[in-house]
Design a protein around this ligand. Structure first.
Ligand SMILES: [Zn+2]
Length: 115
């Protein structure tokens, strides 16, 4: 299944994403939820730089594709968190701290989808 619709839904609700001109075409440009690295995504939702979908509450702990629970992350950050933390118990303080931090960032960046 294509991830493009979910990627576009994230962009629509993340105020760091704006349309910019990039290498001769118009794209979405916004920030990695972890490290603020710039990410470019085609207007059709296809990642140009290596943007990946990050689940704030990891899927291994029951996290879903609910729009509040997903954000875009650069591949480096997503891979790092995935390999180091998602396997931990949900009550692990380090994992809890990451989840809390990401939830706060997602809320701060939130924008309502225009009607
Ligand atoms: Zn990153």
């Amino acid at each position: 299944m294509s991830k493009a619709p979910l990627v576009l839904a994230i962009i629509a609700t993340d105020r760091t994403y704006e349309k910019v001109w990039y290498r001769g075409r118009e794209v979405w440009s916004g920030k990695c939820i972890h490290c603020n690295t710039r990410l470019q995504v085609g207007l059709d939702g296809t990642p140009i730089s290596r943007a990946t979908i990050e689940h704030i509450l990891p899927r291994t702990h029951g996290g879903t594709d609910a729009i509040e629970n997903v954000a875009l992350a650069c591949a480096r950050c997503n891979g790092g968190k995935g390999s180091r933390h998602d396997h931990k118990r949900l009550d692990d303080p380090k994992l809890q701290a990451i989840i809390t931090r990401l939830q706060e960032r997602r809320r701060k960046r939130w924008r309502d989808v225009p009607e």
